[in-house]
Write a protein that binds this ligand. Structure first.
Ligand code: 3NM
Length: 234
């Protein structure tokens, strides 16, 4: 693994989704409310339907809010937007986005890079490449927040734990967050259900559980509490 600077606590990983905001809720207000109490530990900006210019504008404003609360920020799947921002802003890519080796080459060694994995083969490939800083493992449950997820794709906690098993086969283990259908009802059972041998999730990533809530600080606090009690158990 290369020596990268940013250290991220993955405990409660908020992925943005402006289309899921409650009617009339302002995106920046929602982001600020989500971060203000210090429960969200990292934010990924996910924008699928806008051009890079608009994405960069949103990212620059969002970065000011993230900086105010000292929360690291990552950009989903837009290399040019990530590169236009300071090096402390990372990139998260999926399996069908730019190939991960190419992304690392362009980003250089110091920018944080995350990758989504959906099965054991993809997890093993990520481990073998040794160029990403963490992986997102999902979908643990069905979700309407990401297009194209079908019932056959759903891992369940046991499926996620098989992926975690693949991730622990490195001298320096690859951090991972679980994603997909996680909320205040499902998070605790999912975290404990996904533990395998000596490896366990570093946190949970959510969109709708926080973004779609009229008072996002409430689910943020509750989800952080769940992750904290899970981590205390080990
Ligand atoms: N990636 P929610 S699932 C963005 O499996 C994303 O890689 C997934 O949204 C994956 O918390 C997902 O509302 C959507 O279910 C997560």
């Amino acid at each position: 693994m290369l020596g990268r600077k940013l250290v991220i606590d993955y405990s409660l990983y908020l992925v943005t989704g402006r289309e899921l905001l409650p009617p009339g809720k302002d995106y920046y207000e929602s982001l600020e409310e989500s971060l203000k109490d210090g429960h969200v530990t990292v934010v990924q900006l996910r924008e699928k339907n806008i051009d890079s210019g608009e994405f960069l504008e949103i990212a620059e404003k969002s970065l000011k809010i993230c900086d105010k609360y000292r929360v690291p920020m990552l950009i989903n799947d837009n290399l040019s937007v990530a590169l236009a921002l300071p090096e402390r802003v990372g990139l998260h890519i999926g399996q069908t986005d730019i190939p991960v080796q190419q992304a690392r080459k362009i980003l250089g060694p110091n920018r944080h890079l995350g990758l989504s994995v959906h099965n054991v083969e993809q997890a093993e490939a990520a481990v073998d490449l040794d160029i990403v800083d963490y992986v997102g493992v999902g979908p643990v449950y069905g979700t309407k927040s990401k297009a194209g997820i079908e019932e056959k794709d759903v891992l369940g906690p046991r499926g996620a734990s098989r992926i975690l098993q693949a991730l622990e086969k490195v001298p320096k283990r690859l951090p991972c967050v679980l994603i997909g259908g996680l909320n205040e009802k499902t998070a605790a059972g999912t975290l404990f259900g996904a533990v395998c041998d000596s490896n366990w999730p570093d946190g949970i990533a959510v969109i709708s559980a926080i973004v779609a809530h009229p008072t996002p600080s409430v689910p943020a606090a509750n989800l952080a509490k769940i992750v904290k009690s899970f981590k205390k158990a080990f």
